[in-house]
Design a protein around this ligand. Structure first.
Ligand code: KG4
Ligand code: ZN
Length: 373
């Protein structure tokens, strides 16, 4: 069974063809990062416009790379939330039109469920499948969420690969900023470019993570909730307390304006104190994410921890989770390509829904805050 996935919930226009919910035949992603960089964050109007420009060529390329025509598809899957409404509508409208004109079923997919499936896709490729129940930590620029994931075997019939029926229980989520958003805001504050995460991850290796102490956030009422606005404000206070840093911040801004954005280019423009601050920020965010995910895993007797979303690419997050996993629960990460937004995860998540007969009609609409349940 071949499903075409379409994803346009934020700032990546993506399409992919996945066979039987597990074999990626193609995965094409057009990133808009260059469009949004100068604003230091995603500008919704510009994102919709870019999706409109990219959707047709991206879908065409995904079909071509997979060597599949629209006629040969079994279904078309599209993200209908959560995300930016104007962005979601581009993928939804295109998916609807394609499904209607080709007479194919349309399967609606929750973007967050896609992130869970990004990990499962990778685990399958590595020949190492997680056991359930699992907890899944979704950490990106838009989300920081912790779910319990349960799975029940589902018969595919017609000789197709068996699938799982998944169910989700929300254990916690951020009360303010997402973890990636905190990276991006601190990156902007320190003139480290956009997005801040990858560069700060690389620069953190050169600083002392114990140099600056940040108070771990307390989330009263639910210890599995997250909060990152406090640390962002603490970094801001720290920078204000050091007016002598303005000079190096201006030097980095000038370098960024010249297009010098890599960690190698920015490192010589960072004082040891700045590198210490970056390392301390990262240590604090990573420890907080790992600590709450482990607490969630323990609370629900999880047999695996799945970590997904753009921040899952963070080297220290991976190292810390892998260290913690040696004593207990195995941890699963997607590859770099599958950790950020993509459509292979959408087509993979659609598979069990498709088998269960879930279909969307022409009334399918974008849902900015669609919950995963
Ligand atoms: O999943 P994603 O591509 O987009 C959404 O936000 O949905 O995630 C992008 C986010 C950005 O905030 C970026 O700074 C962060 O992921 N990120 C990282 C790393 N790579 C990307 N954060 C920390 N360390 C990284 N290596
Ligand atoms: Zn995402």
């Amino acid at each position: 069974m071949r499903i075409l996935g379409i994803e346009s919930s934020c700032d990546e226009t993506a399409a992919a063809v996945v066979r039987d919910g597990r074999d990626i035949l193609s995965s094409v992603v057009a990133s808009q990062v260059d469009v949004h960089r100068k604003y230091g964050g995603v500008v919704p109007e510009l994102a919709s416009r870019e999706h409109l420009r990219q959707i047709v060529p991206v879908v065409r390329e995904a079909l071509e790379q997979a060597g599949v025509s629209v006629r040969e598809l079994d279904a078309i899957a599209v993200t209908h939330g959560p995300g930016l409404v104007g962005s979601l509508l581009v993928g939804i409208t295109y998916g609807k039109a394609l499904a209607l004109s080709a007479g194919k079923p349309l399967v609606p997919v929750n973007h967050l469920e896609g992130h869970v499936h990004a990990v499962l896709l990778e685990a399958h490729h590595a020949g190492r499948e997680p056991e359930f129940p699992a907890v899944c930590l979704i950490v990106s620029g838009g989300h920081t969420l912790l779910y319990e994931v349960s799975a029940m075997a589902l018969e595919a019939g017609n000789g197709a690969q068996p699938a799982w029926k998944f169910s989700y229980r929300r254990l916690g989520g951020t009360r303010d900023d997402a973890a990636g958003e905190a990276y991006d805001k601190v990156g902007k504050l320190l003139a480290l470019g956009y997005p801040g995460g990858p560069v700060m991850d690389a620069l953190a290796a050169y600083g002392n993570p114990a140099a600056v102490r940040f108070t771990p956030p307390v989330t009263k009422g639910n210890a599995l909730d997250f909060s990152f606005s406090g640390i962002k404000t603490a970094v801001l206070r720290h920078v204000r307390a050091h007016p002598e840093w303005q000079e190096e911040i201006v030097r980095r801004e000038q370098a960024l304006a010249r297009g010098e954005r890599s960690a190698e280019q920015l490192r010589p423009l960072c004082s040891p104190a700045t590198l210490d601050l970056i390392a301390s920020f990262q240590q604090s965010v990573v420890n907080d994410l790992v600590h709450r995910a482990l607490a969630g895993a323990e609370a629900c007797g999880a047999k695996a921890i799945l970590v997904s979303g753009g921040v899952a690419a963070n080297s220290q997050l991976r190292k810390t989770f892998e260290g913690a996993a040696r004593g207990g629960c195995p941890v699963f990460f997607p590859s770099r390509a599958l950790s950020t937004d993509n459509a292979a995860m959408i087509a993979a998540a659609a598979y069990s829904h498709f088998l269960a007969g879930v279909r969307a009609g022409t009334e399918l609409d974008a849902e900015a805050s669609l919950p995963l349940a």
